[in-house]
Write a protein that binds this ligand. Structure first.
Ligand SMILES: Cc1cc2nc3c(=O)[nH]c(=O)nc-3n(C[C@H](O)[C@H](O)[C@H](O)COP(=O)(O)OP(=O)(O)OC[C@H]3O[C@@H](n4cnc5c(N)ncnc54)[C@H](O)[C@@H]3O)c2cc1C
Length: 391
């Protein structure tokens, strides 16, 4: 049974320019990304040419300043772009979100000279970025990372260690790497911009994952990787704070991607339920399924409203970390529930690769894990409510 074309989402957009942008993205998503998504995910193929197209179309630096090649779009618009891309293929939506995350340290904390030298190529020159915080022994407890950067006689930094779970590991053109330059804990960490072809940098074989197979996730070994001090981003010891503030925004990207996947699953479920007949009528006529569809749609709208609230706070220069954690938690849990229900609505066919519902369900799962698991989001939210835990 063919997929029905997805229904346009009722979006609140601030300007006509934003409306045109969303329709350009929908066009690219439906023409260039969605048709090959299932096959390429199955084959584990990363669509590099799509990222080149997005870069050429000005879509890889949307939330950053125009001065260095960004699109200067508010977060509320950028996130809705991500949602459209993720609905077509999560590997692309999440890839753009990770690229934006990887560009953050330089865009927000680099010097003018560093920004002028590197940002134009990162935001619109076809380069692809990766963000390197996690390590084999430090995931949720990211401040315990062990990768070391040692400065040689006041000259270059030499970085040694292993990063884990790196999205775009092995194919990125630049890596934003958090490494230990001082004391144990969060205050001894510094951020560096490492070129993808640096000597001593080598990726492991990508992980074999449950879903999101087109997006390479790999360990990255740094064996004496040498970078000049001009590639240090922010002050020494400021790297963890930079990494966390990047994640506040990155989590909104994950929330938007989750709503994109959930919307795609709802569209597939509605399409199937209105065509499939049992007991002499479309299964969408049975109240049991109608109510499931209504609940799915309601949860999606609530998730979209929550990530947009956080984005609008951010756009207004107000604190948004609590709402970003809530949006990540709620939207990714919503994606898990909605995609699971979509499989149920498709019955036996939902469990086969002939329909996209099972892929959406596998993809939704990873969104509850990346950029801080949903347990960690609850810890962040609770800290805003009740203060830090006693040690
Ligand atoms: C596909 C994929 C892509 C990724 N991409 C990147 C990337 O580009 N860059 C990057 O740096 N990282 C990346 N990650 C890593 C990701 O951020 C981590 O997997 C995540 O932060 C969890 O860390 P962990 O896997 O080590 O789990 P752990 O931290 O070992 O956690 C295991 C379990 O314990 C729970 N837990 C841990 N501490 C607590 C606590 N205090 N209270 C309650 N529960 C707790 C967790 O929620 C989880 O359920 C990626 C991961 C995946 C799977």
């Amino acid at each position: 049974m063919p997929d029905r074309a997805p229904q346009p989402v009722d979006r609140q957009l601030p300007t006509d320019e934003a409306r045109d942008l969303i329709s350009l993205v929908r066009d690219i998503a439906q023409r260039e990304i969605a048709p090959s998504a299932a096959e390429e995910e199955d084959a584990g193929r990363f669509p590099r040419e799509v990222f080149t197209l997005l870069s050429d179309s000005g879509l890889l630096g949307l939330p950053y300043d125009a001065e260095f090649g960004g699109g200067e779009q508010p977060y509320e618009v950028y996130l809705q772009v991500l949602e459209e891309l993720a609905a077509a293929r999560l590997t692309v939506g999440l890839g753009v979100s990770v690229h934006t995350l990887a560009s953050y340290a330089l865009a927000a904390h680099g010097t003018k000279e560093q920004q002028a030298e590197h940002l134009p190529a990162m935001l619109g020159g076809g380069l692809l970025g990766a963000y390197c915080l996690s390590e084999p022994t430090s995931g949720s407890d990211a401040a315990s990372l062990r990768t070391k950067a040692v400065r040689e006689n006041g000259g270059d930094w030499v970085i040694t260690g292993t990063k884990a779970w790196i999205t775009h590991g092995g194919i990125a053109d630049f890596y934003t790497v958090m490494a230990r330059t001082g004391e144990d804990g969060p205050r001894g960490i510094t951020a560096f911009l490492v070129p993808g072809d640096a000597e001593g940098l080598s990726p492991a074989v990508p992980e074999k994952k449950m879903g999101l197979k087109g997006s390479p996730t790999a360990q990255l070994h740094l064996d004496g990787v040498r970078v000049p001090d001009t590639r240090r981003l922010g002050d020494e010891g400021q790297g963890f704070a930079i990494a966390l503030s990047a994640l506040d925004s990155g989590r909104l990207g994950i929330a938007a991607c989750a709503i994109g996947v959930a919307q795609a699953a709802l569209d597939a479920a509605v399409s199937y339920a209105t065509e499939r007949r049992q007991f002499g009528k479309p299964i969408a006529d049975f109240q049991g399924l109608r109510f499931m569809l209504a609940d799915m749609a309601t949860q999606i709208e609530a998730g979209r409203a929550l990530y947009l609230t956080a984005a609008r706070l951010r756009d207004a220069g107000l604190p948004f970390a609590k709402q970003a954690a809530m949006a990540k938690l709620h939207c990714t849990d919503t994606a898990m529930r909605v995609t699971t229900d979509a499989v149920q609505i498709l019955g036996g066919y939902g469990y086969t690769a002939d329909f996209p519902a099972e892929r959406y369900m596998r993809e939704a799962k990873v969104l509850q894990i990346v950029e801080g698991t949903n347990q960690i989001q609850r810890m962040v939210i609770a800290r805003h409510l009740a203060g830090p835990e006693e040690r």
